[in-house]
Design a protein around this ligand. Structure first.
Ligand SMILES: Cc1ncc(COP(=O)(O)O)c(C=O)c1O
Length: 397
């Protein structure tokens, strides 16, 4: 059914089939609709509300900052305590070579900034991306994303971008000294949670070092605790030259960042001066909120979260409708045996109080990415609704 509710209210729409839920409150793992209906949020706004909705320490950090000041000047001109603290908190959790943060407003902007930094540092024209990669919707981010039908209407995109196979060691031979950067998600999200082999990522790191190519890891969705470690690259014992973050980094407030070494980041200040600038990047509100979010991330009990996710996986993966569950931490794709069952499940679960959601490019699976703070009883309730939903499809088909 076509729904033009947004357009009729003077708002642009992204689809003519929106879920169109009217949310009045969100607290912890629960969304409350205008009519009082409560829904378990099993997707965290696509990996944004990873520390739960309305977390008291994030709300309090935001309120404190509002009382001090809002925007004062474009990024990089005035020292602001909120920025210093956020960068210090983030860098303290990263390897020593990732010690300078450039704050922007979104994930796609972080990707664009990272690509510019690699081009500017190396003076090389080409960028290598991977099949199945998703990096956002600005021209730069879209150019390194592989979904052909999403790219086609906007071509020509950025020149010099090539795509190699994901998780294919032989494909690495196409990386050479003409490439400024290789960009990959550490764990692919939109491709339906594709977890690479450690061997492949380590070979990729080696190849980039050998050819003097920047390795850009996109952890906009898979970072910030989603995979069971603070950052996904920690599973693979590699360190990127540039790390892109977003989504949960802002604790529910818009924020993106790319992180590299001080030496690399100096490039934007003097080659030429002001070569990458942004009005709102590093705004004190997301910075304050991010500091609080990082504090929560540091204290997460990953073992307990893993145990809950494992119980979920064991229960769901044995269902006759389920082809496969791909999971690392709470970054989860449930692949079904029938593509048409996905839409049924999303809508059936929703009408029974559980929000699961589609992937853009993987029609045979739905995503699950609960708040990392979800209680055991809510996990259990969500799993129960999901099993009932899968059963309902089987009963009707
Ligand atoms: C892996 C990845 N990279 C980049 C982006 C783009 O982030 P944003 O939508 O904040 O521009 C997303 C968004 O879903 C993403 O999942």
């Amino acid at each position: 059914m076509v729904n033009e509710d947004f357009l009729n209210a003077g708002l642009a729409q992204t689809t003519l089939h929106p879920l169109n839920l009217r949310v009045s409150r969100a607290l912890g793992s629960i969304l409350t609709l205008d009519d009082g209906t409560e829904i378990i949020d099993f997707v965290s706004g696509i990996g944004v509300s990873s520390f739960g909705h309305g977390h008291p320490s994030i709300v309090s950090a935001l309120k404190n900052q509002i009382d001090k000041h809002l925007h004062v000047m474009v990024y990089g001109e005035m020292r602001q305590e909120a920025q210093d603290k956020a960068a210090e908190a983030l860098c303290s959790m990263l390897p020593d070579t990732l010690n300078a943060v450039y704050y922007v407003n979104s994930g796609a902007e972080a990707i664009d900034g990272a690509l510019k930094l690699a081009r500017s540092m190396t003076g090389r024209p080409k960028i290598m991306a991977v099949q199945g990669g998703y990096h956002g919707n600005t021209f730069g981010a879209l150019s390194v994303s592989s979904n052909e039908s999403r790219r086609a209407p906007f071509e020509p995109l950025l020149p010099g971008v090539q795509f190699m196979n994901w998780n294919d060691t032989e494909a690495l031979s196409c990386i050479d000294k003409t490439h400024a950067a290789v960009i990959v998600e550490t764990v692919q999200g939109d491709a339906g949670i594709r977890i690479p082999s450690k061997d492949w990522l380590q070979s990729l790191r080696y190849k980039c070092d050998e050819q003097g190519v920047f390795l850009i890891l996109d952890e906009i969705q898979c970072g910030m605790g989603r995979t069971g470690r603070p950052f996904a690259f920690e599973h693979f014992d590699i360190v990127p030259d540039i790390l892109c973050l977003g989504k949960a980094l802002g604790g529910g407030v818009p924020m993106g960042a790319f992180v590299s070494s001080k030496q690399n980041m100096r490039q934007f200040a003097d080659s030429p001066e002001l070569s990458h600038i942004t009005t709102f990047g590093g705004h004190p509100l997301p910075c304050a909120s991010s500091s609080a979010a990082l504090e929560i991330l540091k204290k997460l009990d990953h073992d307990t979260i893993e145990a809950r996710a494992k119980v979920f996986e064991d229960e769901i993966s044995t269902h006759p409708l389920v082809q496969e569950v791909r999971r690392i931490g709470t970054y989860i794709a449930v692949e079904l045996k029938h593509v048409e069952a996905v839409s049924f499940c999303v809508h059936h679960a929703l009408s029974n109080g559980l929000l699961i959601y589609f992937f853009l490019s993987t029609p045979s699976a739905f995503r699950v990415a609960p708040p990392l703070t979800m209680t055991e009883s809510t996990w259990r309730q969500a799993t129960k609704i999901l099993v009932q939903t899968l059963d309902a499809y089987e009963a009707g088909s």
